[in-house]
Design a protein around this ligand. Structure first.
Ligand SMILES: *[C@@H]1O[C@H](CO)[C@@H](O)[C@H](O)[C@H]1NC(C)=O
Length: 233
């Protein structure tokens, strides 16, 4: 299994390195799937620029907190937050990397295909709001070139995410249920694994995310070496 990942990553990175001078990677996964650990691990090395989700912006736009409003009343404030998420994600995608490799936490694609989709399907976003967001998304992704070379998908079961959530006590996450995590998981699986809906912007590397910290770091270490050897070859 490890050698499969290894050779797959080598191929991708060597190929990409010779095509472009920059490599753009998005790390995708459920809430508490292990993205932060993954990004922190890679962020420790100075060849990689890490862009975490711009949550602080979502909590303060000119003194307003659209993230908190959305959790209070999704039907009213979902479009407000998601419009801002779409803008701030686009800004992250288009920011020039200071290194040859940029790693982003999630993407404009998962914002739409996972989180907006879930709000709409669960009946917490009016159809008109969904239609407006969809037109924005289609316009942006059709008319603006958004470079993504690889999606790293941390495939963690909703049960594991739920256990991790309970341990980390982030204020705005306190109301997140196992049901919610299961819906998000299902959408991620349909999009990135079963590929039954929405186009993929890049190849997908699936990393199983249920392991303990030590084993996850081991897995990342394998990938890190592959990235570096490809980038310096
Ligand atoms: C892309 O931009 C052009 C020009 O504004 C517009 O006509 C077209 O509808 C846009 N594409 C999408 C999918 O919105």
């Amino acid at each position: 299994f490890m050698s499969h990942i290894h050779s797959f990553m080598s191929l991708i990175f060597i190929h990409l390195y010779h095509l472009y001078s920059f490599i753009y990677i998005c790390v995708e996964g459920n809430i508490a799937s292990g993205k932060t650990t993954c990004l922190k691990y890679f962020g420790k090395t100075n060849n990689i620029e890490v862009l975490t989700e711009p949550v602080s912006k979502w909590k303060n736009v000119h003194g307003h907190n659209p993230l908190a409003l959305m959790y209070q009343d999704p039907a009213r404030w979902g479009i407000t937050l998601q419009t801002y998420v779409q803008l701030t994600m686009l800004v992250n995608h288009l920011s020039c990397p200071s290194t040859s490799l940029k790693m982003m936490e999630r993407s404009i694609f998962s914002a739409k295909h996972i989180f907006v989709e879930n709000l709409f399907r669960s009946g917490r976003m009016p159809a008109v709001d969904y239609a407006v967001l969809t037109e924005w998304f289609d316009w942006i992704t059709t008319n603006i070139s958004i470079p993504v070379d690889l999606i790293v998908y941390l495939q963690t079961t909703p049960e594991t995410c739920y256990q991790r959530l309970k341990h980390r006590c982030r204020e705005e996450e306190s109301a997140i249920s196992l049901d919610y995590l299961e819906s998000i998981h299902q959408l991620y699986e349909d999009w990135l694994v079963k590929r039954t809906y929405a186009a993929l912007p890049a190849p997908v590397l699936v990393i199983p995310g249920d392991h303990d910290l030590q084993k996850m770091l081991q897995l990342y270490e394998e990938n890190r070496n592959t990235i570096f050897s490809a980038c310096s070859s």
